[in-house]
Design a binder for this molecule. Structure first.
Ligand SMILES: Nc1ncnc2c1ncn2[C@@H]1O[C@H](COP(=O)(O)OP(=O)(O)OP(=O)(O)O)[C@@H](O)[C@H]1O
Ligand SMILES: [Mg+2]
Length: 356
């Protein structure tokens, strides 16, 4: 998948921007506050219907406007053009793809797979387990079509069970939801753990290149006690869950523990190492996606130069070059990123929200 055209209206400081990105690498330069991150954020929004910086829509709509509009023309692996349009006011969202209205976020995300690496991405390591579950589930969602339905089914059953726990419903009613949760959880866990197993081979190649002197381990925690079914755990813990008012075990509590030389990556490595490690986690995921889905995803890399020292910057760029995906990179100055030898390069310059 690649974007051949992009039009942005009233998104942050980008009041009216229209351009044709190239299929290879698009380097967007500009001084602080010119609108570089906003441009990447608008592409991310087209795929996820949310930002990687804020949960508030009022942050995204230009301060002097009531709504924003994003249009793109995406080209799929068969060369088909897919027009996508998003109209968003504070009250209303309208999404159209291929001249049809889109109702679910998942539908637009699967049409337009986009991944972002940005200065806050290190939170994948330092943040809560929610960040790491989102990471795993991005990959599973894009390669396993049954995952989304099972996850929806699980979430519905979980909120029903939690409501039953809080309202003091009969035990038999909770048991009904326990069985529903157990079935969906089994499938979700199977997909997540198989996915991480597959991902490890991509990761280990990158780790050998970037962390040759370290042993990096990834331990998947499925969210409930090993050796027991979720049904057993839920039934054992029903009284405890009832007192707390929510379900404390299940795939919604899964995590990915990351250890470097036996120490938690959350505290045992430098911020720069965390940033490199997050970049590798994401690049491995893209490589896996390309092989497993036989499609290409788009990568947005915000502030690549500011994130990495010279050595790591050029090594990451050489990995990116081999991936042949559409890239959007930002930097304060274009000469901070050496794209010598890249076949398909477009340079853009942003100034006060205008693109040249
Ligand atoms: N809703 C909005 N309406 C208008 N302007 C906004 C809105 N939200 C943010 N801005 C402004 O848009 C400008 C561009 O922000 P952005 O984060 O895209 O800059 P940047 O080029 O990435 O800068 P940096 O190099 O510092 O990362 C900033 O001045 C910001 O204050
Ligand atoms: Mg920025």
């Amino acid at each position: 998948m690649q974007l051949s055209h992009l039009k942005i209206l009233d998104f942050r400081n980008l009041i009216d921007v229209e351009f044709q990105p190239c299929a290879g690498v698009n380097l967007i330069s500009g001084i602080n506050a010119s609108g570089k991150t906003s441009l990447l954020e608008s592409i991310y929004y087209l795929s996820h219907l949310r930002s990687f910086r804020t949960p508030n829509i009022s942050d995204l709509i230009n301060n002097n406007a009531n709504r924003m509009e994003l249009f793109t023309s995406a080209i799929d692996s068969n060369g088909n053009q897919i027009p996508i349009g998003i109209f968003r006011s504070k009250q209303k969202l309208e999404v159209r793809a291929n001249r049809r209205n889109i109702q679910r976020i998942a539908d637009i995300t699967s049409i337009l797979p986009v991944m972002a690496i940005h200065p806050d991405s290190y939170r994948l390591i330092t943040g809560s387990p929610t960040e790491r579950r989102a990471y795993i589930d991005w990959g599973v969602f894009h390669v396993e079509h049954g995952f989304f339905e099972s996850w929806q089914r699980y979430k519905r059953a979980l909120s029903q069970r939690n409501a039953a726990l809080r309202s003091g419903q009969a035990l038999s009613y909770c048991r009904f939801w326990d069985m529903e949760l157990d079935q969906a959880a089994h499938y979700i866990d199977k997909l997540r753990s198989a996915y991480l197993q597959d991902l490890k081979s991509y990761l280990s190649d990158l780790l050998n290149q970037f962390f040759p002197a370290h042993v990096v381990r990834f331990d998947y925690k499925r969210g409930w006690k090993t050796g027991l079914s979720l049904l057993d755990v839920l039934q054992q813990n029903q009284e405890r869950d009832r007192i707390r008012g929510f379900t404390q075990s299940g795939p919604h509590r899964a995590d990915l523990e990351i250890l470097v030389d036996g120490k938690s990556a959350q505290t045992g490595i430098s911020r720069g190492q965390q940033k490199v490690l997050v970049a590798l986690l994401k690049l491995a995921q893209i490589q896996h996606y390309t092989q497993a889905a036989k499609r290409h995803c788009i990568l947005l890399y915000d502030d690549l130069a500011a994130e990495l020292d010279d050595y790591h910057r050029s090594e990451i760029l050489s990995v990116l070059q081999k991936m042949s995906i559409q890239l959007f990179l930002t930097a304060i100055k274009s000469d901070q990123i050496d794209l010598n030898g890249w076949p398909d390069v477009c340079l853009f310059h942003v100034e006060h929200g205008s693109l040249k």
